[in-house]
Write a protein that binds this ligand. Sequence first.
Ligand SMILES: [Zn+2]
Length: 215
Amino acid sequence: MLNIILIGPQGCGKGTQAQLILQKYGLIYIEAGAMIRQRALLHDKKSDILNHLVNQKGILLPDGIIMDMICDELDERVSMEGYLFDGFPRSVVQYQSLKEYLAEKQIKLNVGLYIHISDEEALKRLGGRRLCAVCKKGYSIFLEPQRTKCECGGELIKRIDDEPAAIKHRLEEFHNHTSPILQLMKSDDILKEINGEQSIEAIFLDIQKQLDTLK
Ligand SMILES: [Zn+2]
């Protein structure tokens, strides 16, 4: 079994690497963001609380609520191959609780993959994002410097969230909640740092090198 926590700031290419890892290793994907959005769609007491919290922008969900959901998810989706956690854990308490819960099931966390890029690089990449005002399709001015309009003909705009001040704020939050978890993973001897400032292929090669030694 291969159980991975995937960590990295926005713009590091984490989503792309997650898909590559899932394809190659056949793991179950526990993506906290999608899980929370889905759970919030059910109309019950829990989803009301969730919606309330999620809509208060930037707020992190309480550890108890998120752990409940993760545990339900792990109970429902049994895997022989293992799990890939993304967007979770976001606090030391969540990390410890996950470890304990997995230990009860005799499952071991094998690796914390940290895809690292500098804040300067993240600022540059996210600052180059554009969004179609009509169909919301995303573009990058680095990949397509000539493009001025969307395929659908809509204007390309920069979201307020992609202005430098907003990006810097998110990066700061990321470092604040992540660094204590990275410290713990280091002392648990499961932290592997991956250089995210390479091509998609090169990053994935580095990840495979790390994972293949664990299998
Ligand atoms: Zn469009």
